[in-house]
Design a protein around this ligand. Structure first.
Ligand code: SF4
Length: 291
């Protein structure tokens, strides 16, 4: 039984198209405090705290883990909250993973990965909008979109971006999305993942409180016209498909691979993997050091 290094999606969501991989979270909670965060329905709205005795537990898991599988760090918390720049737990984890020959895909809204270049194999940076003011309301303690783009372009590794979530009435303007995609492409991204906002009772409450003018429209889109999938409310299938198809095609036109996350539209998977694991080097290139 693994402890901190977990097979991703143990619940086998029918909409998840990720290839087999591990997920790893050095921190629990997240100081970025995004309004739309899905993880808060499981762990509450708390700052990032390092997991107790994390490195010892990670080493123990790695002794039993399959090194041919990539490690995605992190899928439901952020590996680069402000605390990481003091504590260095993500960096220490990367060093352990590298010494054991595991390939790591970083998924983050932080910029601290710039410090850790050379310790990871692929990078996905989440950017939902170029509008700094809007981002500071949606993702109040995450670095600004422009600093995320600067950090993304500064690292030499195969990389991509997540435009996740796309929020109707806030970040779904087609012209804004096109401009965002151009910036992402110009930052050296090869791959982009899109996902529409999914409502959970707690994130929906935060969204409505922060954007009361949009409450009625969102209630209609998600709770009247929308559909229930697992514990989430989705916008209707035709609405999501229309929105995602045009932006996926735009990304492909710009020369990137593109995919959608947990949407159920297989024809919109225009990449070897949805999550960016295809950016990682093939397993055979890695030889572990002795630790
Ligand atoms: S960065 Fe991710 S985990 Fe952290 S609050 Fe935002 S959505 Fe949640």
């Amino acid at each position: 039984m693994m402890d901190v290094l977990r097979p991703f999606d143990p619940w086998k969501s029918p909409l998840c198209t990720c290839p087999p991989k591990y997920s790893l979270h050095p921190y629990t909670g997240c100081t970025h405090y995004c309004l739309y965060c899905y993880a808060t329905s499981y762990v509450g709205r708390k700052p990032s705290r390092p997991k107790k005795d994390f490195l010892r537990r990670l080493r123990r898991d790695l002794a039993r883990a399959d090194p041919s599988l990539p490690v995605d760090m992190s899928t439901s918390s952020d590996p680069y909250p402000p605390e990481e720049m003091v504590l260095g737990l993500t960096r220490a984890s990367l060093e352990v993973l590298r010494s054991k020959g595991f390939r790591v895909l970083l998924t983050t809204k932080g910029v601290g990965f710039v410090r850790d270049q050379g310790l990871f194999d692929g990078l996905m940076v989440t950017i939902t909008t170029l509008d700094g003011q809007l981002a500071s309301r949606l993702e109040p303690f995450a670095p600004s979109p422009s600093s995320r783009l600067d950090a993304l372009s500064s690292v030499e590794v195969r990389k991509g971006a997540r435009v996740d979530p796309i929020i109707p009435g806030l970040t779904d303007d087609p012209r804004d999305l096109k401009e965002l995609l151009r910036e992402i492409r110009d930052s050296g991204a090869e791959h982009v993942v899109f996902s529409t906002y999914k409502a959970k009772p707690d994130n929906f409450r935060r969204m409505v409180l922060s954007f009361p003018d949009l409450a009625e429209m969102w209630r209609h889109l998600y709770y009247e016209e929308g559909v229930r999938v697992g514990g989430y409310r989705y916008m209707s299938t035709p609405k999501r498909y229309r929105m995602l198809k045009s932006i996926v095609e735009e990304a492909v036109k710009l020369g990137m691979t593109a995919s959608v996350c947990r949407e159920g539209f297989e024809d919109l998977l225009r990449a070897p993997s949805c999550d960016g694991t295809h950016l990682l080097p093939k397993r055979s290139g890695h030889l572990p050091d002795i630790m």
